[in-house]
Design a binder for this molecule. Structure first.
Ligand code: JFZ
Length: 419
């Protein structure tokens, strides 16, 4: 877990045949996330399969992708090796329905990207849809071609495709930092013996590979819901998978991008609550990561160049009131009281250091209560000289005098050194 706890920020990549229709089927826009188009439009296997013949992303440049992750300040990368549509993005000998055998592209995306990540010092992980496989008669999920899941020989699918493909991924692509399993249909609770088989395969072949929280059995860390950032500190290992717009797989009409400021806030918010942020891009059928995604991620990377010390390997806030408060006047979907998130500042920590991320400039001074120990020095990470700010402490209350203007962009990070 050590690398995962330090990494904090990763790149998710959803890439597969669904990037060709890109949210549109037979001239009709199909609602929902792009990689679910086969399901949402109930496209028969015989038709969807034909997309493979068109898959030829000649602009795919694995080193450019790894470089972008690095520029963004991301430390690990997780790409769809097989999504629910059943199409493998690597040269599999288990099923010919893969990017090497079934397309004019004839290249192994997983091999090339894993090698590029190794060159760039980015840890490499794979998403693998272990349960849903809409291409296989006995895989979960495809009811429009193959009828209800309850009538399928599900273990036949697991034994003949899912498990052997996971073996391939763990033996042919160097170190796999984690496997991102997903939607554990028919393999959790009483059926978790099936999930256990995947644990056994992983531990046998690469004992260091982390397993996410969506296998159907307890993984090595907890996966939060998609885009679901918890309201308060969560004292275990966890990760939030999130989108830059509203889809994972590329959709041509979704251009509603989160801003770099929002992404930076969310990253810091997550780290201050103890988690990791796995942010997604959906490359096009040409093999290009949408320019807006690249621009917005690189902007976060520029902020991290100055302030990364307060993110990588940093622990959660010892405070908590800055996160917001329960708001009884609103309710969530389940009827529970709402939460009004506060966004002025966040705190991350390292031994002997409090990092105060100021998203709203507080004016002439910043006041912090409930500080344990004595603060000996205060300065900004954006100030290369680390010049001391004027500091007063009375019992557990610290007051720092601030300059008129924030020294940094988006959020200025103030370090409080403590004894
Ligand atoms: C799953 C996939 O179905 C989807 O296509 C995408 O890959 C995403 C990252 O994961 O969708 C989910 C799975 C779990 C939750 C939400 C969406 N959840 O727990 O809230």
């Amino acid at each position: 877990m050590k690398w995962f706890r330090e990494a904090k920020f990763g790149l998710f990549i959803h890439w597969g045949l669904y990037c060709i229709p890109a949210g549109e089927w037979k001239g009709q826009p199909i609602a929902g996330i792009g990689e679910w188009i086969m399901n949402r439009a109930k496209i028969p296997v015989t038709e969807y399969e034909q997309l493979a013949k068109q898959f030829n992303p000649v602009k795919f440049d694995p080193d450019a992708w790894a470089q972008m992750a690095q520029d963004a300040g991301m430390k690990y990368l997780v790409i769809t090796s097989k999504h629910h549509d059943g199409f493998a993005m690597y040269h599999s000998t288990v099923s010919k329905y893969n990017v090497f055998d079934a397309t004019p592209f004839h290249r192994d995306v997983i091999k090339e990207l894993s090698a590029a990540c190794a060159r760039h010092g980015i840890r490499f992980g794979v998403y693998y849809s272990q349960a849903q496989d809409w291409h296989e008669p006995n895989g979960a999920g495809n009811t429009w071609d193959f009828g209800p899941d309850e009538k399928k020989d599900y273990d036949q699918y697991l034994r003949s495709k899912s498990e052997p493909q996971v073996r391939e991924l763990l033996t042919q692509y160097g170190p796999i930092c984690l496997i991102w399993f997903d939607t554990p249909r028919m393999m959790s609770g009483e059926q978790s013996g099936r999930a256990q088989r995947f644990v056994d395969i992983a531990r046998e072949l690469q004992p260091n590979t982390l397993l996410d929280g969506r296998l159907g059995i307890k993984g090595d860390y907890r996966s939060m819901g998609d885009n679901a950032i918890p309201n308060t500190v969560v004292n275990e290992d966890w990760e939030v998978p999130a989108t830059l717009n509203h889809t994972w797989g590329f959709k041509k009409d979704d251009t509603d991008w989160k801003t770099p400021e929002d992404l930076t806030f969310k990253l810091v918010d997550i780290v201050s609550k103890g988690g990791n942020y796995l942010l997604n891009v959906g490359p096009t059928s040409e093999g290009i990561i949408p320019q807006a995604s690249q621009d917005n991620l690189r902007a976060v990377g520029r902020w991290l160049k100055v302030n990364g010390e307060a993110v990588y390997g940093a622990g959660p806030t010892p405070f908590g009131e800055e996160l917001g408060a329960v708001d009884n006047s609103t309710h969530d979907k389940k009827g529970n009281p709402g939460f009004k998130i506060a966004k002025d500042w966040r705190c991350t920590t390292k031994p002997g250091k409090l990092y105060i991320h100021l998203f709203t400039w507080p004016g002439a001074s910043f006041e912090l209560a409930k500080v344990k120990g004595k603060v000996t020095k205060a300065y900004f990470l954006a100030d290369a000289h680390h010049s001391s700010l004027k500091l007063r402490q009375k019992d557990d209350k610290v007051t720092v005098s601030l300059p008129a203007k924030a020294p940094g962009e988006t959020a200025s990070v103030m370090v409080l050194e403590t004894k």
